[in-house]
Design a protein around this ligand. Structure first.
Ligand code: FAD
Length: 431
């Protein structure tokens, strides 16, 4: 376990550890190398009643600029194993369990599974962050969510001070939420006093149940279109992964792999996967983003760099609101509406609710791609994705929070709908 205490002028900051590149100085940073070390680090903070931030890749985190006077913990373990290997599946059974430690990079796990022919998570390719955090907000994309394939997670329960195994049916997965995430909040975006910004349950490892098959159905229309197939068509999982990565690259919805050059990020990704991501990043520069008429001129360094800055985000900053039927009906006819996803914490909710597009609301409230509060301001909406708030260089968390609040109040005054942030924002009130 390595402990870094930072008291000098070159102190470690959250800006070093987050994809958004913001956040204040960190008093103590612990990088456990074992399961026991991770539990001890959490206990070190909890027993002394110090603020605790267990983090992964910092891809869903926008901490305040104010210094963090507690302990930040990041699991360094990157272990993937196949527990069934000792007892190979017999004929007919094609379910295979894969276990990964919390600190494993999520996309490294996807790449591993696709390579050995396990299907189930290929549509979640390219989502930044770690395996541990994936189950906190139930990551999802292109019609799939990690909750659909979780078998069990092993956790350290900070309340009862025991380790436990939680099976998927206890995890109450919902749209960008889970039992773990709910332990952090009293209501959406309103932190609970006890377990925030880290859930009551610290994930030690996750076991997925995948299918031993090189093909899988393509659920999302957009993904099917990119593959030249009909929704529901069964496609090769490697082709699905490549299509997802290329859609994400065009929307700048992959993290900037150059962040791993920062010594504080060293060792967070497997070397082979990182070098592939760096190669893909150079390819992006030659690819015109979706709906951008003029591709960035590969010879124009400034334009290419500006495009790449769209990756300095937390992905989608707001969740798609779930509204009652009356509110949905009051929206203009062309506003996209979807059936509300299941919410296990509020079983009645699905019945009377409709999911509406946060991106559409933002755009139609007058905040278009590239929007910023003032000309040249370092915080802006992505120039290729309305839902992503980005740091164009030198933005502070308060710059981004001001942008987020302006968008929230603009959407609320135009459509009467309050947008809830998707990232965890310690020290910043966006409720
Ligand atoms: C470019 C970009 C694209 C994205 N696209 C998507 C997308 O398509 N779909 C999607 O769902 N998300 C997306 N995201 C959001 C992000 O990738 C996910 O939320 C991811 O799971 C965050 O992982 P992390 O390890 O970086 O978590 P962090 O940001 O480090 O932490 C987030 C939360 O998880 C908690 N946490 C971290 N590790 C543990 C642990 N071991 N045990 C308990 N709690 C823990 C933290 O305490 C914190 O509360 C995107 C982000 C970016 C930057």
């Amino acid at each position: 376990m390595s402990v870094a205490l930072s008291h000098d002028s070159k102190a470690l900051t959250f800006a070093d550890l987050t994809t958004m590149g913001v956040g204040g100085r960190i008093e103590a940073f612990i990088r456990p190398t074992s399961r026991v070390g991770l539990i001890e680090a959490v206990e070190e903070a909890d027993s002394k009643r110090l603020p605790l931030a267990v983090i992964g890749g910092g891809a869903n985190l926008m901490p305040t600029d104010v210094d963090f006077s507690g302990i930040v913990v990041r699991d360094t373990r990157q272990d993937i194993s196949l527990p069934d290997e000792a007892t190979p599946v017999s004929s007919g059974a094609d379910r295979v369990h894969v276990n990964a430690t919390a600190g494993t990079n999520w996309d490294d796990l996807v790449s591993f599974c696709v390579r050995i022919g396990l299907s189930g998570i290929e549509a979640l390719s390219g989502i930044p962050g770690t395996v541990g955090a994936s189950v906190v907000q139930n990551i999802g994309a292109y019609g799939c969510e990690v909750g659909q394939v979780v078998d069990t997670i092993e956790v350290w329960d900070r309340q009862l001070k025991v380790t436990d195994y939680l099976r998927a049916d206890r995890l109450d997965f919902g749209y960008r939420t889970s039992l773990l995430k709910r332990t952090m909040y009293r209501s959406p975006a309103v932190p609970d006093g006890t377990f925030f910004p880290t859930p009551r349950y610290v994930v030690l490892s996750v076991t997925l149940a995948l299918v031993h098959r090189r093909s899988a159905p393509v659920v999302s229309d957009q993904l099917a279109g990119a593959l030249g197939a009909q929704p529901g068509a069964v496609m090769d999982i490697d082709a699905i992964r490549r299509a997802v990565l290329s859609i994400r690259a065009a929307k700048c919805m992959l993290e900037d792999p150059r962040r791993y050059a920062n010594p504080w990020m060293a060792g967070c990704r497997r070397a082979s996967e990182l070098s592939e991501a760096l190669d893909d990043a150079s390819d992006l520069m030659a690819t015109p983003p979706e709906d951008q008429v003029e591709p960035a001129d590969p010879a124009d360094h400034t334009a290419r760099e500006d495009l790449l800055l769209n990756r300095h985000s937390c992905g989608s900053f707001f969740t798609n609101p779930l509204v009652d039927r009356q509110t949905a009906a009051a929206l203009p006819d062309e506003a996209p509406r979807f059936p509300a996803p299941r919410d296990p914490s509020d079983p009645q909710a699905g019945e009377g609710r409709v999911k509406v597009s946060a991106a559409w609301l933002i755009d139609h409230a007058g905040f278009h791609k590239g929007y910023r509060l003032a000309a040249g301001a370092p915080a802006s909406l992505s120039t290729v994705h309305t839902l992503a708030l980005t740091n164009r260089g030198g933005a502070t968390a308060s710059d981004l929070a001001a942008l987020a609040r302006t968008i929230q109040s603009g959407v609320e005054s135009t459509f009467g709908i309050h947008l809830v942030p998707e990232p965890v924002t310690p020290g910043i009130d966006l409720s």
